[in-house]
Every structure is written in C-alpha cells, then in structure tokens.
Write a protein that binds this ligand. Structure first.
Ligand code: AMP
Length: 460
C-alpha cells in the first residue's frame, strides 16, 4: 500500500515525500481511508507508530475538501487535544510539516508560556488548533476562542489525558463543540474508562488497532540488569562509558531523582540534563534540543515529561528505576526502536523492584532477559525495602505526579495570577489540579493512575 493509494491529495503527497516517507505505517493505512470517509475512529496506537500523521493527513484533506465557513476571521475547524505540552508541540510541528503546501493555518496553545501571543494567533484566524485542555479552557474563559465551528475533534493519547485527571476538562470542551462533527480518539490502551469515554462521544466509531510495542516490536531489544540499589548510578555510568552510548534517555520515578542523577552523571564526566514538570518550558525545550543535537549525552526524564518527546533514532532507553505503573514501561521503551529503527531498552532492577518487574512481565506477556554485568553482581543479603519508604523518593514521587499533572496541562500559576478562571470552574478541574499544590495524596485524584499508586506504594 502506498500513500497515493490512500487517496491523499497531491500537496500532501509532496509533503510526505519531502519527509522521506515511502510507505504508510499500519496505523496510517488503516486510519487514513476511514477518516477520509468521515467515520469516527477509536484507534489503538501509541507514540512511535506514526499515529500523528494517521490523523493529521486525513484531517488536512477533509478541511480542504469542505468549504471554509465564511466570517470575519477563519474559525477553528479542527481541534486536537493532547495531554502534554511536548505532545502538543510535536503534533503542531507535524501539522505544519504535512500542511506546508496547503493554505491552512494552525497554531499550538499550551500553558506555562505567555497567553498573549496565543491570543494574537487566534485573532488572526486558525483552521487547526492543537491544545492542552487547561490552557484551552483559559482561552474559553477569556473569550479569545470560539469552538462552535469545529468539524473534526482529535483526542490524542486519550488514556494519558484520563490518567492526568483531564476528564472534567474534556467534558467541558466537548460541550462547547457543535454536535455534528467527526471524532477521532487515539489511545495506547483501551481501559474501561477509555471505552466509556468513547461510548459517550463517538458516533458509530470504527475501531482500529495496531500492534503495541510491547507485544510485537522486535526492533526494541529489552534487557534487565540486576543490580544493587546503591550501585545503579555506577552501573549506568559504566554502561554508557563502556558501550560508548552517545544518546541515552534515562527514566527515573521522581523529579528529584532525575535532577540528582543528571548531576551525578555530570560528575562522572557524562553530559546530562533533566527534564520534568518542575522545569520551565524554556528549560525543557533547551534540554531537549541539546539532547537532540548531541550536546548533551543523557536526558534524564520522568514519565510524564517524556510523553510526546519525539527523538529520531533514539538508540538507548534506560529505566534507572522501574515505573510504579506497568503500562508506563511500555510507554518508556516506546521511545526507542521508533519507525523501524533498532533500539535497546535496559532496566536497572534492584531487589526492591522485583514485584514491579513481575507486573511488567505479566503485562508484556514475556520474561525480559536478565544480564549480570561483571563487577555489579547483586548482594543476596540485601533485603528489599518498600519503595515509598525511601523517604525522599517517596515524597517526591507524590509531588512529581501532582506537580507534573499541574505543570503540563496548562494549569500554570499564570491562570491564577490572571484571575481569569471561567465561571463555574471552582468545583471543576481547576480545583482538581490545584490540589497539586497541597498535600493530598495522588491516590485521591481521579483517574486510573491515582488508584493504582497505593498498591504500588505498599506492594512493591
Ligand atoms: P508518531 O507515532 O506519530 O509519534 O510517529 C513516530 C515517528 O515516525 C515520527 O518520527 C514520524 O516522523 C515517523 N513517521 C511517521 N510516519 C512515517 C512513515 N510513513 N514512514 C516513516 N516514518 C514515519
């Protein structure tokens, strides 16, 4: 199957050829014809599958095919909601890339940056808007955005949006859209919550699903390196140095852990930067671009911060600590071996994490090969410690989860500072997210993730 056979118009085919893509990925060949036919879609595909082009290309084509509504300014006709700023930026880049030969305008809006340039862009007229839910609602509250002409809605990484507690925001946004529209929901997983969200707003959806990285992507070579808790950093430096790894994405469970590890790697002579929800947008963008250009060899990230990072040919992903939620493992290793490239996913696992490892192996339905590195053999006398009892780590884990949910959805301090919360938000998601400032346990938050955490805390 070629892109031509999918029935895409010449301007899109040219843009695709400029990208060097020769063949559609499986999600693209399934989704594109369905979207072009006007179906609602429930698509199971995660980052790395080419899903972004899977919804962007046919969306652009449909907007071109239908006459634009007349009016003073061009109204938003397609809305893409994403859970994180990075993903919004990524999708926005894709829309600009694929749409470069078309007379359509797009813009990206997310929190953590000034709202004014976004207001100006909206005022100039935008056909395709890519947004995180929090900042989108800020614009609605300020009456700088009208969603009454939206023809196509895309919920990208819907599972992660629910995990991050965006369900109320999403409902509010849905209520502002015209009833008659096309809906595309992309999600890496189909939990009960996703299914009920889908049932609530999709219209006779066609379900498409492509293999997840965990089950079939043989491009990612996974391995576990058993190691003692205290020796992880030394092992990581050793692996990076001895393997001469030049570009490594490393995951930690906490923001504090990410900072500390980046500093320690620097002390070991390995250039490193940390990326997480407590960093300003500028710092995050800089860290990512330094990593992409090779100025920084290691990027240490927390789970939520890593969503939406698109780094071509990322050769190495390291789980410095296993995630509390098994699905996050799949997301993490999905950062390597993308679009047909080879990749290695390595997990440094200490005795505290054996239950988490078992949970991951259950999820991916196979055992991950173990490799003992000479000189780093585990000491069998070391007893497991509950992960949350490692005080500092536990506390920052909780903060991490909440801080990131707050930071990444556009509910930044700015909104509060501007005092521009839409009426009726008091009991809504704003409060919900603002609880991130307080000390409510993550488990009290809505969403799957919150509910899973207590078990992980005690059990693992
Ligand atoms: P996504 O899953 O949308 O984040 O895309 C993952 C990566 O695959 C991105 O780097 C895309 O640029 C790339 N990509 C998307 N479609 C294709 C294609 N048909 N052929 C090769 N690479 C692609």
């Amino acid at each position: 199957m070629s892109f031509q056979e999918l029935g895409l118009r010449a301007e899109l085919l040219r843009a695709i050829a400029d990208q060097g893509y020769t063949q559609p990925t499986p999600i693209q060949s399934q989704a594109i014809p369905l979207v072009l036919e006007g179906h609602d879609l429930l698509a199971g595909a995660q980052t790395g599958t080419g899903k972004t082009a899977g919804f962007t290309l046919p969306t652009l084509q449909r907007l071109m095919a239908a006459p634009a509504p007349q009016g003073k300014t061009r109204p938003v006709r397609a809305l893409v909601l994403t859970p994180t700023r990075e993903l919004a930026a990524q999708v926005g880049e894709n829309v600009a890339t694929y749409g470069k030969f078309l007379p359509l305008k797009s813009t990206i809006i997310f929190g953590g940056v000034s709202i004014n340039p976004q207001i100006s862009a909206l005022r100039r007229g935008v056909d395709i808007l890519i947004a995180t839910p929090g900042r989108l609602l800020d614009h609605i509250g300020q009456r700088t955005l009208d969603l009454s002409k939206v023809e196509i809605l895309v919920l990208d990484e819907a599972d992660r949006m629910l995990d991050m507690g965006f369900i109320r925001d999403i409902r509010k946004i849905l209520a502002l859209l015209p009833k008659q529209r096309q809906n595309l929901l992309f999600s890496a997983t189909f939990s009960g919550e996703i299914k009920s969200l889908a049932a609530a707003f999709l219209r006779d959806p066609v379900q498409v699903e492509v293999a997840r990285h965990n089950s079939t992507n043989t491009q990612v070579e996974q391995s576990v390196y058993p190691v003692d808790r205290q020796r992880k950093r030394a092992l990581l430096s050793y692996l990076i140095g001895s393997g001469n790894w030049q570009q490594v994405l490393v995951f930690t469970r906490t923001k504090h852990g990410a900072n500390r590890l980046a500093e320690q790697l620097e002390q070991d002579g390995i250039t490193a930067a940390a990326i997480h929800g407590n960093k300003s947008q500028g710092a995050r963008t800089r860290a990512l671009s330094d990593f992409k250009t090779g100025q920084v060899r290691v990027l240490v990230a927390t789970d939520i911060a890593a969503r939406g990072l698109d780094i071509d040919q990322l050769p190495h992903v390291v789980n410095y600590e296993l995630p509390n939620v098994a699905e996050d493992y799949v997301h993490r290793i999905g950062r390597t071996g993308r679009a047909g490239n080879q990749g290695a996913a390595i997990s440094l696992v200490c005795v505290d994490e054996l239950k988490l490892l078992a949970g991951i192996e259950r999820l991916i339905k196979r055992a991950i090969p173990k490799e003992v590195v000479a000189g780093f053999e585990v000491d069998p006398t070391i007893k497991p410690e509950p992960i949350m009892k490692q005080g500092r780590q536990g506390r920052s884990d909780r903060g991490d989860n909440q801080g990131q949910a707050k930071g990444r959805n556009g509910h930044s301090g700015q909104r509060v500072a501007h005092g521009n919360r839409p009426a009726g938000k008091g009991k809504g998601s704003g409060d919900h997210h603002r609880s991130g400032h307080g000390n409510r346990p993550a488990a009290n938050r809505g969403g799957q993730r919150g509910r899973q955490r207590p078990a992980a805390r005690q059990g693992a």
